[in-house]
Design a protein around this ligand. Structure first.
Ligand SMILES: [Fe+2]
Length: 156
């Protein structure tokens, strides 16, 4: 077995892996939300929202991979089951029958939720000296806050 890049105690490793798994889960659920809304959005702003939702799910698809691979880098197990992710995620699914405005509000709140989870992960990682996880949490948190802003700006 290879050594992780940093020597975490078993407790710290579990805490950080749990927070990373929650971040992955919320990113996965939001990826699905954005793709669902990309498919089902209607209204005069269809083209713009269709493209924005695609930009979001493409970013998140890469982001969830980076977070899950960080879990493996610290030698913990990455949750890979949808049921487990839905269980861990504070972001919930929606059926895609919402109005365009409701879709924007739901996604904006999802982005804010993930940004908050990643903020907590960054602080937790820093408290254990795991600066590489902290760096990833900051990078991903910034991406989610940017999308939260872009969505919020549509609401006037
Ligand atoms: Fe598409």
């Amino acid at each position: 077995m290879t050594q992780p890049a940093i020597a975490l105690s078993p407790d710290a490793q579990k805490e950080i892996a749990d927070a990373l798994n929650q971040s992955v889960a919320e990113t996965v659920v939001t990826t699905m939300l954005a793709q669902n809304f990309h498919w089902n959005v209607k209204g005069m702003a269809f083209g713009e929202l269709h493209r924005l939702f695609q930009e979001i799910y493409e970013d998140h698809f890469q982001g969830q991979d980076d977070l899950a691979e960080r879990i493996r880098a610290i030698d913990a197990h990455a949750e890979g089951m949808l049921a487990g992710m839905l269980d861990r995620s504070k972001v919930k699914e929606h059926d895609g029958h919402q109005s365009d405005r409701e879709m924007i509000e739901i996604l904006m709140k999802a982005e804010e939720t993930i940004a908050a989870t990643l903020g907590g992960l960054g602080e937790l990682a820093a408290s254990h000296g795991d600066t590489l996880t902290e760096d990833l949490a900051i990078e991903r948190g910034r991406a989610h806050e940017k999308f939260a802003w872009m969505l919020r700006a549509h609401l006037g």
